[in-house]
Write a protein that binds this ligand. Structure first.
Ligand SMILES: Nc1ncnc2c1ncn2[C@@H]1O[C@H](COP(=O)(O)OP(=O)(O)OP(=O)(O)O)[C@@H](O)[C@H]1O
Ligand SMILES: Nc1nc2c(ncn2[C@@H]2O[C@H](COP(=O)(O)O)[C@@H](O)[C@H]2O)c(=O)[nH]1
Length: 439
C-alpha cells in the first residue's frame, strides 16, 4: 500500500526569458517541501505536501525539527533531504521513500555530509544527482551535490548491496590537474618536489600521504606524512576515504581523497609522491592527472643515493632495491606514465621537470585567485534551464535584479568521492539600457 501522501499541487512558472534573451519559461523542478515549520525557500515548489510522516503506516518516525525537501526520481523513489534546526551540530540527512514497496530506506551515505542550515532548496540534475543549495551560507559551502545514481554510486550500491547516496561539495572554479610523481625509492622524487615547492610556493601543494611506517628523525606528522596505525588505516580504506593505497616495502601507504582536495581547495596544483602501484591505481581512478616517472641513470647510482641518505637499515635498503628493479621495469614500459625523466644531474632534471610543467625560469605565475565569496540568503528562489540555475535572493519588494546569481553547471568535473569542481557563479546585474548583464 502506498503511503497516503496528502499532496496539493501548485505549479509556478517564473519568467526569466528577459534575463537571457531566451524565449523559455523556467520552473522549479520536482521539489516538495514539508516538515514542522516549512521554510519558504522558493517562489513555489512544484508540490506541497502536508506532513508526510504523520500518516505513515510503517512505523517510521523521524523526529524532525527543521525543514525538508523531496525529489522524485524515476517512478517509485522520493529522496527526502532533511535539514535540522540545530545547524551547527547536525548534518543534512537523507532518506528514501519507495512508492512500490511502501517503505522508507535509510541509505548508506558516503562522503562528507553538509552541515545543516536553516533551509535549503533542491534541484534534480540529469536524473543522477541532486543539487542542494543551502540558505544562509556563502559560496564556499552553499552548493552540494547529492549523488544518487552516478557511476560511483552505482558501483557502491553493488558493493554494499543496498541503497547508497554520496555527497560531494561543489567548488566554484577549475583547478589545474594534479601531478603524480613516481619512481623507485632513492631516485630523488622528494628532492625534486621540494625544489619545485620552494621555487613556486603559491602554485603547488603537496598531498600528504598516510603511512604505517615509523617517522624518520626529521619527519613531522601531518607535514611529511600522516603517520598512522595499520588497523586505523585499514578501516579508513574500507570506509572509502582513500583515492589509492598500496603495500610498499612492507608498510601501508595511501593518498586520502581529503589530502588531494585540501590542496586544490587552496587554489594550488596538487603534487603526489607515490609508488608505481599507487600511480597505476590513480590512473584507473576518476582523478585526472599527469603522470611522471623519475628514473635513475643506473641501478648503481640508485643504490649509492639510497645508502648515502642513511635513513634505512641494510635490510630495508635490500628490500627497496629489490622492489626498485620491478618499479623501473614497469615505469619504463609504455602506457603507465605520460613522461619519463632521468634524474642524473639534479639541476638538469629539475630544469626538464619545469619545462614539462610549462614553468618559465624563476618566474612564479601568480596563482589563480579564488573566487570571491557570495552569500545565498535563507529565502531564495531557484529556477533551472538546462545546466544553468538562476538563484534569486531578493524579495519581491526589492529591486529584483539585486542578489540574483546564475550558477552554470555545464562544465562541472569530478564528483564523489571528491569535490565537484568547475561550477561557475555569475552575478546578474542590470545595465544602463535595461538589458541584463552577467559578470
Ligand atoms: N640527481 C641526483 N644526484 C645525486 N644525488 C641525488 C640526486 N637527486 C637526489 N639525490 C639524493 O638522493 C637521495 C634520495 O633522494 P630522495 O630522498 O629525494 O629520493 P626519493 O625518491 O624521494 O626516495 P623515497 O621514495 O624513498 O622517498 C637524497 O640524499 C638526495 O639528496
Ligand atoms: N602508493 C603510495 N605510495 C606512496 C605514498 N606515499 C609515499 N609513497 C611511496 O612509498 C615509497 C617509500 O616512501 P618513504 O617515504 O618510506 O621513503 C616511495 O616510493 C613513495 O613514493 C602513497 O600515498 N601511496
Amino acid at each position: 500500500m502506498k503511503a497516503p501522501l496528502k499532496v496539493s499541487c501548485k505549479f509556478s512558472f517564473f519568467e526569466i526569458s528577459d534575463f537571457f534573451n531566451l524565449n523559455v519559461n523556467c520552473y522549479l523542478t520536482d521539489s516538495i517541501s514539508f516538515g514542522e515549520s516549512p521554510v519558504s525557500m522558493g517562489e513555489a515548489p512544484a508540490f506541497l505536501v502536508d506532513d508526510l510522516q504523520k500518516d505513515l503506516t510503517n512505523g517510521f518516525h523521524l523526529k524532525l525539527k527543521g525543514h525538508e525537501t523531496a525529489i522524485n526520481i524515476g517512478h517509485n523513489k522520493t529522496y527526502v533531504i532533511a535539514g535540522m534546526e540545530n545547524e551547527s551540530t547536525s548534518n543534512i540527512e537523507v532518506r528514501i521513500y519507495d512508492k512500490y514497496t511502501d517503505e522508507w530506506v535509510i541509505p548508506i551515505v558516503l562522503g562528507t555530509k553538509p552541515k545543516s542550515s536553516k533551509g535549503h532548496t533542491a534541484v534534480l540534475l540529469d536524473e543522477d544527482k541532486i543539487l542542494v543549495i543551502k540558505g544562509n551560507s556563502t559560496s564556499d559551502d552553499c552548493f552540494w551535490f547529492l549523488e544518487v545514481n552516478t557511476a560511483f554510486v552505482r558501483e557502491q550500491k553493488k558493493r554494499f548491496e543496498t541503497d547508497v547516496v554520496a555527497w560531494s561539495r561543489g567548488v566554484i572554479g577549475e583547478a589545474e590537474i594534479p601531478i603524480v610523481i613516481s619512481g623507485p625509492s632513492g631516485v630523488g622524487k622528494g628532492t625534486l618536489i621540494s625544489k619545485l615547492m620552494e621555487e613556486f610556493p603559491s602554485m603547488f601543494g603537496f598531498s600528504v600521504s598516510h603511512t604505517t611506517r615509523a617517522p624518520r628523525s626529521k619527519e613531522q606528522n601531518r607535514v611529511h606524512y600522516h603517520f598512522t596505525e595499520h588497523s586505523i588505516m585499514e578501516k579508513d580504506i574500507k570506509d572509502g576515504k582513500f583515492l589509492e593505497f598500496a603495500s610498499v616495502h612492507g608498510n601501508l601507504y595511501g593518498t586520502s581523497i581529503e589530502a588531494v582536495e585540501a590542496v586544490t581547495d587552496k587554489g594550488k596544483r596538487c603534487i603526489l609522491d607515490i609508488d608505481v602501484q599507487g600511480a597505476r591505481s590513480v590512473r584507473g581512478s576518476s582523478l585526472e592527472a599527469i603522470f611522471i616517472f623519475i628514473s635513475p641513470p643506473s641501478f648503481e647510482d640508485l643504490e649509492k643515493r639510497l645508502r648515502a641518505r642513511g635513513t634505512e637499515t641494510e635490510e630495508q635498503i635490500q628490500k627497496r632495491l629489490k622492489n626498485a628493479r620491478a618499479e623501473i621495469e614497469q615505469g619504463n614500459s609504455p602506457g603507465h606514465f605520460d613522461c619519463i625523466l632521468v634524474n642524473d644531474d639534479l639541476e638538469t632534471c629539475y630544469k626538464n621537470l619545469k619545462k614539462l610543467l610549462g614553468l618559465s625560469e624563476g618566474a612564479e605565475t601568480p596563482h589563480k585567485l579564488l573566487p570571491e565569496s557570495v552569500e545565498i540568503h535563507l529565502e531564495h528562489r531557484v529556477s533551472k534551464i538546462d545546466q544553468k540555475i538562476l538563484i534569486n535572493c531578493g524579495n519581491s519588494e526589492e529591486n529584483s535584479y539585486r542578489n540574483m546569481f546564475l550558477l552554470d553547471l555545464s562544465a562541472i568535473k569530478g564528483g564523489a568521492p571528491g569535490r565537484t569542481r568547475g561550477l561557475n557563479l555569475l552575478t546578474v546585474e542590470p545595465s544602463i539600457n535595461g538589458t541584463k548583464m552577467l559578470s
